[in-house]
Design a protein around this ligand. Structure first.
Ligand code: ADP
Ligand code: MG
Length: 429
């Protein structure tokens, strides 16, 4: 059951949270010592939920509880508690498919919309590290393994038709979270909407041009349709660098509450978009020329490798054994069949690339004109500098959306990004 039994739900603040955790024997033992001595700190810096870090004499845990409304906005924007259940389902599936790349699940209470998981420490949110120009040498390998495995093994290439449809159904109830994406990413930035904001006045003209750009409106609407009508695989659904926690040597993907069956390019595009935004933001942060060059070089290399390694791993999984009902082996028998299927894999990957580029562009534009911005840009204090970085990112994003044919390979994307590095945009006033 995924229904919200609102009657039994209550927000667990400090003392209540302590009592609750103490009532679950495994958690009490894991934390160790007396509950009164446990340290409880609220660390939620996200937009939607409460997150507590609880530390006992022996160990620590992270506790995430959904609120019946959007935290960023308040009680005026209700949101179903059932999202915690979908997050839990997704986390469990990801743990099976990509072991070691998500926090371990320790406990879930559907009625309380509460999940207890492994405390990630000393991991930090990757976006914060990138604002400090930190490079993460294991990131590309880890995130591409995560995406290739979670996307491939939940797709029709790996599942029977019946399994796939059951899996779609298991997440279909998470439509309120999908609707947030449909509105905030695929609609609002292109029209007047109360929640929109941008770096005014400098981007006023650009914001107005987006609202008047019919080619862009067609492109974003095609992407929206793909998002709504393309249940290819189980998506994380919000795979930005604020949903990734890292150390020098480890990568963990958190926060899959937007999970549902959608188009694979949406997850891959989210990762690329957030790297590209970190690249464009770099010019606005206090960095020596050497730091800037090193960081930007690393980011663009990461953009290229995220795509190429993802595609390579995905196709390798397909070659190694595709048990799904798509592309029946009986239709591709013998050398002739094998050769033709191999060409088809390249065509499949090329189509996925085109989707990815479009979704990456959509993800970029929403962070600059929509409700939820990111610290890559927001922490650039001088609004004029921020607007310049943002305008460069938007220029690339618009091209990726409406001139998709010009982006056949990932080097077309990084090449275009490099050309925009010092581009002087026209700002309002
Ligand atoms: P939201 O859904 O509200 O965005 P997140 O799942 O992104 O919530 O968590 C909010 C913050 O809590 C993260 O940015 C991170 O700092 C912290 N956090 C979340 N999960 C963990 C964890 N397992 N270990 C340590 N910190 C965590
Ligand atoms: Mg989050």
């Amino acid at each position: 059951m995924t229904g919200d039994r609102a009657g039994d739900y209550r927000i667990l603040h400090e003392a209540a949270l302590r009592d609750y955790l103490a009532s679950v024997a495994d958690l009490k033992a894991l934390l160790g010592g007396g509950p009164a001595a446990w340290g409880v700190t609220e660390v939620g810096d996200g937009n939607l939920n409460l997150v507590f870090i609880v530390k006992g004499a022996r160990g620590g845990v992270a506790v995430k509880q959904a609120l019946p409304y959007v935290r960023l906005v308040g009680e005026s924007w209700p949101l179903p508690l059932s999202r915690a259940h979908y997050e839990y389902l997704a986390l469990a599936r990801q743990a099976q498919l990509a072991p070691g790349l998500v926090p371990a699940l320790l406990h879930h209470n559907e009625t309380l919309a509460l999940t207890v998981m492994e405390l990630l420490e000393p991991h930090i949110i990757m976006r914060k590290g990138m604002v400090a120009a930190t490079q993460y040498p294991h990131f590309v390998d880890d995130i591409t393994t995560f995406m290739a495995r979670t996307l491939f093994f939940t797709s029709d290439l790996a599942l029977s038709a019946a399994e796939k449809k059951e899996a779609i159904a298991a997440f279909a109830g998470n439509h309120a979270l999908c609707k947030i994406t449909e509105d905030l990413i695929f609609t609002d930035p292109y029209r007047i909407a109360e929640q929109n904001r941008w770096t005014a006045p400098y981007l006023d003209g650009l914001a107005a041009s987006l609202r008047d750009d019919m080619e862009l409106h067609v492109a974003i609407s095609r992407l929206k349709l793909k998002f709504m009508a393309g249940p290819e695989a189980l998506l994380h659904g919000d795979l930005h660098t604020g949903s990734i926690m890292v150390t020098d040597s480890q990568t963990r993907v958190i926060d899959p509450e937007f999970a549902f069956y959608g188009p694979m390019g949406f997850d891959v595009g989210a990762v690329l978009a957030n790297l590209l935004m970190a690249y464009f933001a770099s010019a606005g942060h206090e960095r020596t020329p050497g730091e800037r060059q090193a960081f930007e070089g690393w980011v663009l290399e990461a953009v290229e490798k995220v795509w190429s390694e993802f595609a390579r791993k995905f196709v390798d999984l397909w070659r190694a054994g595709a048990a799904g009902d798509a592309y029946p082996a009986s239709l591709f028998a013998g050398d002739k069949g094998a050769a033709r299927l191999e060409t088809e894999r390249q065509a499949y990957t090329q189509r996925l690339f085109t989707d990815t580029i479009g979704f990456a562009a959509a993800k970029t534009i929403r962070r600059i004109f929509g409700l939820a911005h990111n610290i890559d840009f927001e922490l650039i204090e001088d609004p004029r500098k921020r607007a310049i970085s943002e305008a460069r990112a938007v220029r690339l994003a618009r091209a990726m959306m409406v001139e998709a044919a010009a982006f056949r390979t990932i080097s077309d994307v990084t090449g275009a990004a490099r050309k925009l590095r010092d581009w002087p945009p026209e700002l309002t006033s």
